[in-house]
Design a protein around this ligand. Structure first.
Ligand code: SAM
Length: 246
């Protein structure tokens, strides 16, 4: 299917989408606006991909992010897959290339999306037809309700003040039996991780750190028992079993 047609099928009716450069589409009215990660894209990729950074600062490992994303991809054979805040596909590009799922990966930062495109081109020589790169805003989700069978939101929630709004917005996009896979940094009495979370909050990178209890409560309020919660160091991994009827 034509990329624009496919994207229109998952967008809400009043939204328009256009190709803004090779293999990158946008629903944002002004693509010249700079976003927070545009200036940080190269640094993010260089630092966050390393085992050392993740182990020392957060007590976790990139391997866990890849495993979690793999679980999300393998949770269904078909149905659209949404990567919300996909960044540069740092942990997911290889999985996506090898997957049969149809994937919409969106982020507001063009610099991150360009890096995602480069990563896919390096792996495959092109952006494959089953992966659509889209510029869109998590605070103003442009998608049609119930369009996605699986949603992955990796390492984003700790940057969002209104976590309830984001989780309920993503939930709205899930099909009846759809699953949300989400990770978030939390404070949990790991001295270095808790200290660094607070430092990143002070510099404006993150919102005030949430505790394990706060994050669990957020999901229990929305999904009740229909969720799994796991933790590795300062990183929480949440999987919802079905869409919540909020
Ligand atoms: C910490 S990075 C995570 C990227 C990727 N998911 C990963 O795990 O490598 C956070 C990403 O969220 C994106 N982001 C932050 N606020 C956003 C918003 N309002 N709309 C869309 N993307 C946003 C940033 O541009 C950035 O790429």
């Amino acid at each position: 299917m034509d990329a624009l047609e496919e994207l229109k099928n998952v967008l809400a009716e009043q939204r328009t989408v256009r190709l803004i450069e090779d293999d990158i589409y946008s629903v944002l009215p002004d693509t010249s606006v700079q976003h927070h990660y545009d200036k940080r894209a190269a640094l993010y990729d260089a630092v966050v991909k390393t085992w050392l950074y993740n182990f020392v600062m957060w007590g976790t490992s990139p391997v866990h992010y890849v495993q979690f994303a793999r679980q999300a991809l393998n949770s269904a054979r078909d149905g659209m897959f949404l990567d919300a805040g996909c960044g540069s596909l740092l942990f997911t590009a290889r999985l996506y290339v090898d997957s049969n799922r149809r994937i919409v990966a969106f982020d507001q930062s063009l610099a991150m999306l360009r890096r995602a495109r480069e990563r896919l081109r390096k792996l495959l020589g092109c952006v494959p037809e089953h992966i659509r790169l889209l510029q869109a805003d998590l605070s103003d989700l442009p998608f049609r309700r119930k369009s996605f069978r699986t949603i992955l939101c990796l390492n984003v929630l700790h940057q969002f003040a209104d976590a309830t709004a984001l989780v309920s917005g993503l939930n709205e996009l899930l099909s009846e039996s759809g699953n949300l896979y989400l990770t978030s940094l939390i404070s949990n009495n790991r001295i270095i991780g808790d200290w660094y979370l607070k430092a990143l909050h002070r510099t404006g990178e993150f919102v005030p750190p949430r505790s394990e209890r706060e994050l669990r409560e957020l999901f229990v309020n929305a999904f009740g028992e229909r969720m799994d919660y796991a933790q590795n160091g300062n990183m929480a991994f949440v999987t919802t079993k079905t869409r919540a009827f909020l």
